[in-house]
Design a protein around this ligand. Sequence first.
Ligand SMILES: *[C@@H]1O[C@H](CO)[C@@H](O)[C@H](O)[C@H]1NC(C)=O
Ligand SMILES: *[C@@H]1O[C@H](CO)[C@@H](O)[C@H](O)[C@H]1NC(C)=O
Length: 314
Amino acid sequence: MPWSGCCGVFLVLSVCPPVVCLLLMSSCPPGCCCLHPGSLVLCESLGLRSLPGSVPLTTSGLSMARNQLCNVDHLLRSFSGLQELSLSHNQLARFPRGLPPSLQTLQLQENRITYITSGALQHLGNLTHLDLEDNRIRAIQPAALWGLNRLQVLSLKGNQLTSLPAKLPPSLAYLDLSANCISALDLLSMSSLVNLQIFKINSNCLRSVPESAFDGLPRLRSVDLGNNLWVCECDILYLYRWLLIGRLKMATDLVCTEPFHLAHHLLLNLSVVAICPRILKPNEGNKPELTSLPSRLDKTLVEVLESSGDVVLE
Ligand SMILES: *[C@@H]1O[C@H](CO)[C@@H](O)[C@H](O)[C@H]1NC(C)=O
Ligand SMILES: *[C@@H]1O[C@H](CO)[C@@H](O)[C@H](O)[C@H]1NC(C)=O
């Protein structure tokens, strides 16, 4: 965590002898706290409405978290070595313009940003971490994030997105889209996420997952799909099968909201037949027979069906 050092800094300052503190604090903007003056500058919770004038241009890490900034457009442009910047917990109404291209970590959580335009991040090709959690983002223009070839960690948790951002950068390893109202995973957006390891899309408005949605994510090791609006009907069999082939630990908590008679059931507690009765044709007397396998029923699911003893394959 990029700012985990901060607590350490405060700890050092609060326990170190006053003389050392004085040394550490020298050449620091008034009220701010600096470690290695000129490299890490912390101006947090000071009620600031603008950037202090005296932040050294050589600063490589700057936190202005928990202030009352409304606009910092172009104010940081000349900080050509700035790598880590926190503007979290402020009142920014839009993505700041004119940030230095040297940035690697940018924290903008808990602001009031409503949309991301395609030009806003164009020049930030060195970003590896971008946190936009708890804003009011309703729209991200297609390809707004596409040029961020080094972006590994992206959080858009707690916004107002209704669809996956289009053209996410293939470098992403961690993507948090939880607590939005995304209603569909579109295959084109999913297909670029070849390096994704952790995917959080819990607490959204998903009703199903399209066929093959997770097939192009070879490195995926954790997915959180809980608290969505799962419709436990035939269309959910792709997800059901995908979970059954070894990913059970990732998502045992998927609760059906529909159809009515399966509401509140756990998806993985249900049999294939309960989920999708129409894949079976009643057969006189004994066990039902599988008539036609929908394309989504591949070998694994057939094996699941057979071993459950529910059906006899033709
Ligand atoms: C981006 O990162 C590379 C490699 O770390 C570095 O050489 C380059 O100077 C950085 N770009 C900027 C604008 O700081
Ligand atoms: C799921 O199945 C287990 C074991 O059969 C059972 O104990 C549990 O109550 C079921 N849970 C739901 C929500 O259906």
